[in-house]
Unconditional design. Structure first.
Length: 385
């Protein structure tokens, strides 16, 4: 057992603890508080003057599959050329030895949900993983965690050929048609007709049956509204990925109980549909009552700067507590892994960060990153002592 003592702890789901103690054994938190008794046989780690927060949870990432630093040969995020590729699974594209996982650990990101890209109207299965491991199967936190969908600019330009969508209405029609076919496929199975196996439609059925949500890429406000319209028509669980123009229709999204995965931040207006990007977005959504999760969309915001993105969101009006929650517990809840990660509490995985000072300040680098009680990054080691 180890006892981490003397730091200021931010559990997230309860009040901060000054000069607290956190006990860790077998990769789990077994106690946290100010007056925790430290067993005589515990190894004591003195963290006086430091700050401890949960490991960051990035609910929209392409780590290990996007070829950053490796070029086109390793860009494995979008299957081509068809607009509907619901049969594919992101787990089959991820290289756990890719440099982006080390970037996660440097930036304090201990859990990620990895998505296929948004070049297809329906793009395949997402999954969640820890950012430490040698074999991706051993890193899985939950799989699958959703079926990827996309509206707007990306699927319009994503493929070539007669079946590629050319308009926004064409993209929406393809999604409707896909789920209609999945519904009919399910009816045939229920009637005992035993249709020919179809992996794409099987994944569509998972969404229709409520087993996984539809995670819909949408930047522009009209695309966001279309995502809501489609999913309400279909009666399926969903969330909006990116939600760049969300602030423009924030009361509508709050009324619809939309969960917004907001990001990437700190980036350019690199395409037409993000022309209205505003760093106040997260704050305005939260103020309206929308549940906000900040995301990196790595490599479009390098995961090493996820904490900095939180700082920018806070600067533009998101409260400290909402910012910390948007990087930890809210995304864990959106993924469905809050029983293991996202806050510091007994029974949860010992995924946590040791910071030099208060979160979101450039003066407070990540000193150490721990996943299940194992130190996976040390700034001291990185700098050679």
């Amino acid at each position: 057992m180890r006892a981490y003592r003397g730091a200021r702890f931010y559990p997230v789901d309860s009040a901060p603890i000054d000069e607290g103690v956190m006990l860790v054994e077998d990769g789990k938190i077994v106690g946290i508080g100010r007056d925790i008794e430290v067993p005589a046989n515990a190894e004591v780690i003195d963290l006086a003057g430091k700050v401890v927060i949960p490991g960051l949870v990035d609910a929209h990432s392409h780590v290990g599959m996007w070829g950053d630093g490796e070029g086109d040969a390793s860009r494995d995020g979008n299957e081509r050329p068809g607009p509907i590729t619901a049969e594919v699974d992101a787990i089959d594209s991820v290289n756990p030895h890719h440099v982006s996982f080390q970037s996660c650990r440097e930036g304090g990101v201990t859990s990620v949900m990895i998505h296929p890209g948004s070049g297809n109207a329906v793009g395949g299965l997402c999954f969640a993983a820890k950012t430490r491991g040698e074999v991706v199967d051993d890193m899985v936190l939950k799989a699958p965690t959703g079926l990827k969908g996309a509206l707007g600019e990306n699927p319009k330009r994503g493929g070539e050929g007669k079946d590629s969508p050319k308009t926004r209405m064409g993209t929406a029609a393809l999604i409707r048609d896909f789920f209609a076919r999945a519904e009919e496929y399910g009816r045939k199975k229920e009637r005992g007709k035993d249709p020919d196996p179809d992996l794409a439609l099987e994944n569509g059925l998972r969404v229709l049956r409520g087993e996984i949500p539809f995670r819909v890429h949408a930047h522009r406000s009209d695309d966001i509204a279309t995502a809501v319209r489609l999913c309400e028509e279909l009666g399926i669980a969903f969330n909006v990925e990116h939600c760049t123009d969300g602030y423009m229709i924030a009361p509508f999204l709050a009324e619809k109980n939309v969960v917004a995965h907001v990001g990437p931040g700190l980036s350019s207006r690199g395409k037409v549909e993000v022309a209205n990007r505003d760093e106040r977005n997260a704050a305005l959504l939260a103020e309206a009552g929308v549940k906000v999760c900040l995301v990196t969309d790595h490599p479009f915001l390098d995961v090493r700067y996820f904490m900095a993105y939180g700082g920018v969101a806070q600067k533009h009006g998101l409260s400290f507590s909402d910012t910390l929650r948007a990087l930890t517990l809210s995304p864990a809840e959106s993924i469905g892994v809050e029983d293991r990660v996202g806050s510091l509490a007994p029974g949860k995985d010992a995924d946590f960060l040791v910071l030099a000072g208060e979160p979101f300040s450039y003066k407070s680098p990540v000193l150490s990153t721990y996943i299940e009680g194992v130190e996976v990054y040390s700034r001291i080691d990185r700098r050679g002592g």
